[in-house]
Design a binder for this molecule. Structure first.
Ligand SMILES: C[S@@+](CC[C@H](N)C(=O)[O-])C[C@H]1O[C@@H](n2cnc3c(N)ncnc32)[C@H](O)[C@@H]1O
Length: 254
């Protein structure tokens, strides 16, 4: 049976690659790398470098770069737009698995951070199964997520002492504000500044490009540091053409 490994590669620091990821990478026949276009070329390069650095025999695998179908980001129907895009991607993956891998072969998709956090590879592979033309087993290799790297960068914890934490997106935070019953909220995928207008007494632990050479970290009372974060985000986007940032918002308490 063909095996597809979904390998978490960490969120930018090559030292966050696990021993398991290295072992599995050394077993694959084909590594599929999705390419979202010129602005995120650095992210494709990062994946290629991982393969070059840790796969011992460079003649033993092939790298297949897959252009990502464009996603309709203007659609007000967010979920439907994402589902349509996943289905389109599934058709591409289905073809790749059938055309690029021999029966019994081993292919890998490299997931940024951990495949279980805001990553589409596993849901897309579910769609591929539904298409029903490619037969394969899925193996998941967990990775160090950007949230783990962010907490480490700020030497803090997500859960304080036995408390809950909610992981959400900038879009949901902007739409609904901070939940009333959760005091620690991790925010990812914030294309803007969804923290605008929130209680200035919240604490924020913010990080961009965490774990990379471009890492930026800011923490403090939201009312004191929000403008600085906004300015850093704008300048970083201007400089690199893309930005990946996450933050923890925390109400005071034990
Ligand atoms: C599509 S999600 C992928 C998350 C990934 N699976 C993970 O485990 O971190 C992309 C979001 O992850 C966060 N992110 C990824 N890499 C990051 C980094 N190096 N520093 C800060 N945030 C990062 C950002 O919130 C970004 O918008």
């Amino acid at each position: 049976m063909t095996t597809i490994s979904v390998i978490g590669i960490g969120a930018g620091d090559p030292e966050h690659l696990t021993l398991q990821a290295v072992r599995v990478l050394n077993d694959v026949d084909v590594v599929f790398v999705t390419d979202k276009g010129a602005t995120t070329a650095e992210l494709v390069d990062a994946r290629v470098q991982v393969c070059q650095q840790v796969i011992t025999d460079q003649d033993e695998y092939r790298l297949v770069v897959v252009p990502d179908p464009p996603r309709d980001r203007r659609s007000p129907a967010y979920r439907e737009a994402v589902e349509d895009w996943r289905r389109e991607r599934a058709l591409v993956y289905d073809r790749l698995i059938r055309d690029e891998l021999a029966d019994g072969g081993h292919g890998a998709f490299l997931a940024w951070g951990d495949p279980a956090l805001y990553d589409s590879i596993l849901p897309v592979l579910d769609h591929v199964r539904q298409i029903g033309t490619a037969a394969f087993d899925v193996q998941v290799v967990p990775g160090v997520s950007s949230l783990s790297a962010l907490a480490a960068g700020h030497a803090t914890t997500w859960t304080r002492t036995g408390r809950p934490v909610q992981i959400t997106t900038g879009r949901l935070l902007a739409a609904h504000g901070l939940p009333a019953d959760v005091d620690d909220v991790a925010v990812m995928l914030d294309g803007g500044t969804a923290f605008d207008g929130l209680d200035p007494d919240l604490q924020v632990f913010w990080g961009a490009y965490v774990g990379t050479d471009h890492e930026l970290l800011v923490s403090g009372r939201l009312g004191d540091v929000a403008d600085r974060i906004t300015a850093l985000k704008a300048a970083a986007r201007e400089e690199h053409g893309w930005i990946m940032d996450s933050y923890l918002l925390r109400r005071a308490g034990p």
